[in-house]
Design a protein around this ligand. Structure first.
Ligand SMILES: [Zn+2]
Length: 272
């Protein structure tokens, strides 16, 4: 599943390609056809992201509303220049203007919603490190009351929005924190450090459109080691490195199922 940096990058890319232009909106697959007809030839005003939720704001003057998109596990977005190829019948939503098109396939959610409905989604999500309005204290208040592990809490979108399996594993490693520690044992200072690290890592993720989690002194060049080969790209300390040697201590990285996803960590480096 894409993490928050991917969704914020998509918001930027939709805006760059379509903002303030009249957009031809279609749903070749048909499931979004009625809403597409309402939006067709209105202007895309803005795009917004909160965690893994993307919102495309259309036609403020006539107020048709927001297209709410959640990619889920299988959703895919493809941008391209015009002329757009004939759409396949798997395209839920196509936007096109004179210069570009974008296809959305296989999302969990693609729905036209109102301002209050959008606000209700914001209200049930935790703070997003990539949003300027985010309040990290709101996340810590929930974490400090919870017996759940910090690794599970970081994946709970009601606690903090946008962190997925890669960022949770990497940020806990970067702070030497045992992923099985209960949330209520995480100190305000530790949370402050984790949050600000996530802000920096995820902003870099938006810029580069991939996750790089290693510090400058641990890059392949700095350590004279081969770069990682993985379809997720990016350099990491622990994610998908089960049984490989830790870049810091050399002990094997471990994996276990936690919050329905594979957790990766170094038991030697993460004892705090
Ligand atoms: Zn280690």
């Amino acid at each position: 599943m894409p993490e928050g940096h991917t969704i914020h990058r998509l918001a930027q890319d939709y805006t760059a390609a379509f903002a303030r232009t009249a957009v031809h909106v279609t749903s070749p697959q048909g499931k979004f056809a009625d809403s597409a007809a309402l939006l067709d030839h209105t202007a895309l005003d803005t795009a917004d992201a909160h965690g893994k939720h993307l919102f495309l704001g259309f036609g403020a003057a006539e107020n048709p509303g927001w297209v709410h998109i959640h990619l889920g596990l299988f959703g895919k977005v493809t941008f391209g220049p015009t002329p757009a190829p004939p759409p396949t019948d798997t395209v839920r939503l196509r936007l096109a203007n004179d210069t570009a098109y974008v296809d959305l396939r296989g999302p969990t959610t693609c729905a036209l919603i109102t301002d209050p409905e959008k606000q209700a989604i914001h209200d049930r999500l935790g703070p997003d490190p990539l949003r300027p309005d985010a309040d990290p204290g709101a996340a810590h208040r929930r974490i400090s009351r919870s017996r759940s592990t910090i690794a599970a809490l970081l994946m709970d979108q009601k606690v903090i929005a946008g962190v997925g399996n890669v960022y949770r594993a990497e940020v806990l490693f970067r702070h030497g924190i045992d992923p099985y520690r209960p949330g209520r044992d995480i100190t305000p200072a530790e949370w402050h450090a984790i949050w600000h690290d996530l802000v920096a890592l995820m902003r870099e993720g938006v810029r580069n459109n991939r996750i790089d989690a290693v510090r400058p002194e641990h890059t392949p060049e700095a350590m004279n080691r081969p770069p990682r080969v993985d379809d997720h790209g990016g350099e990491v300390y622990v994610y998908r490195r089960a049984n490989q040697s830790c870049h810091l201590c050399g002990d094997p990285i471990r994996t276990a199922d936690l919050a329905a996803r594979n957790l990766f960590w170094c038991p030697t480096c993460q004892q705090q």
